[in-house]
Design a protein around this ligand. Structure first.
Ligand SMILES: NC(=O)c1ccc[n+]([C@@H]2O[C@H](COP(=O)([O-])OP(=O)(O)OC[C@H]3O[C@@H](n4cnc5c(N)ncnc54)[C@H](OP(=O)(O)O)[C@@H]3O)[C@@H](O)[C@H]2O)c1
Length: 351
């Protein structure tokens, strides 16, 4: 793998560090990059890897990425970082991947499909926990239900979110919680859509969440109605039912969001990496059609979402170099649903 040159932007972030570790484990030599010279130097001193410091408004961004086979963007929120890197990659004919889960970023990047095909490159967003397992799950169930009309996807994790993830989620909070109805992305009309889902290990209460699949599963399957859920404790589900509307209306205020950002930085600790590698995660999906046919899949992943992102992310890089997909696409369309089962420790049960 060392003959392929790739750049990891945001390398010294919480997830970027895990991606670096996984890349080295698998024999890659990515060039580590980021905007802070001191943070990059401090992180990179542990490895004999080249480094590059640059901001995303650098006037020579195209020349910086030229010469690489691929740019891996791990710097989020991606609403701030994806566009300049995607444009530079398009101009320089360099493959682009990222680990966004932001619906608007997916939608924007899909709009570059024709341009990416013309340049012979792939633009592949969401090569992490959001959305590799859920995208493959969506395709698996929809492939088994002719003309599926409704797709539900749920996941359960046992570690908390990183400060980076929570800050990114906060940015999208003013839109409320979203779903896809009749092909359109719309805010959910109420906060009471809690249900029980039978994951592979046990049943859990889930509540609606905005998840990348509202964009990607639609792209992958074309199913017009998509709902995404996260497993929560019954107390959180009840709290959201009672106060969800109020909290989301508060978060429309930019001052409140700034205060919340400050509190996240002050109070939230990133998940312990060792615990995360040993914490299993679960995904469930169900497709239905108007004739009452349905199919379900249950998936167990061997680790938490952040290590999984590192594993799936580096595996995606390897698949791109091997299979050379082109266009702006999704993990399941680029690599097929077998991609998920090829990742070590993944169990899949179709029912
Ligand atoms: N798809 C998935 O399953 C998945 C999994 C994990 C993470 N994520 C997403 O990945 C992102 C990073 O998460 P994390 O936990 O690694 O967060 P983090 O520890 O806060 O790291 C964020 C990284 O992005 C860089 N960055 C942020 N804004 C930037 C900008 N405008 N220009 C250049 N660099 C910028 C930061 O650099 P500075 O320190 O210099 O600001 C840092 O290196 C988040 O958006 C998160 O939601 C997605």
């Amino acid at each position: 793998m060392t003959h392929h040159k790739w750049l990891l932007y945001g390398a010294y972030g919480y997830t970027g560090r895990m991606i670096t570790g996984e890349a080295l484990k698998r024999g890659h030599r990515p060039v580590l990059a980021g905007r802070s010279a001191s943070a990059l130097q401090e992180f990179a001193k542990n490895f004999a890897l080249d480094t590059l410091v640059f901001d995303l408004d650098h006037p020579n961004l195209v020349n910086i990425v030229r010469g690489f086979n691929l740019v891996f963007n791990a710097a989020g929120p991606f609403s701030k970082t994806s566009e300049p890197l995607v444009r530079a990659c398009l101009e320089a004919s360099v493959n682009y991947v990222d680990i966004t889960g932001e619906v608007a970023v997916f939608e924007k990047n899909f709009s570059y499909d024709a341009a990416a095909k013309k340049q012979g490159i792939v633009i592949l967003s969401g090569v992490g926990f959001d959305v590799v397992p859920t995208d493959c799950a969506a395709k698996q169930v929809c492939d088994r239900v002719p003309q599926a009309t409704d797709l539900e996807i749920a996941f359960a994790i046992s570690t908390g979110g990183s400060t980076g993830t929570l800050s990114t989620a906060l940015e999208a909070a003013p839109q409320g919680i979203l779903e896809r109805r009749a092909g359109q992305i719309v805010p959910i009309s109420h906060f009471s859509d809690n249900k029980r889902v039978a994951f592979m290990d046990r049943s859990r209460t889930v509540m609606p969440i905005t998840w990348g699949d509202l964009a990607t599963a639609y792209r992958t399957t074309g199913v017009p109605n998509i709902s995404t859920y996260v497993a929560v404790s019954p107390a959180v589900a009840a709290g959201t039912r009672l106060f969800g509307k109020f909290v989301f209306s508060l978060l429309k205020n930019s001052l409140v969001r700034r205060l919340a950002q400050w509190l996240i930085k002050l109070l939230i600790k990133n998940p312990n990496p060792t615990t995360s590698w040993n914490a299993k995660s679960y995904v469930w999906a169900r497709a239905r059609n108007n004739e009452g046919r349905q199919a379900e899949v249950q998936i167990e992943l061997p680790c938490g979402p952040y290590p999984f992102t590192a594993v799936a992310g580096v595996a995606s890089v390897e698949r791109i170099f091997r299979d050379r997909p082109t266009g702006a696409t999704t993990p399941a369309l680029a690599f097929g649903t077998d991609f998920l089962s090829s990742l070590p420790g993944t169990k899949i049960l179709n029912t």
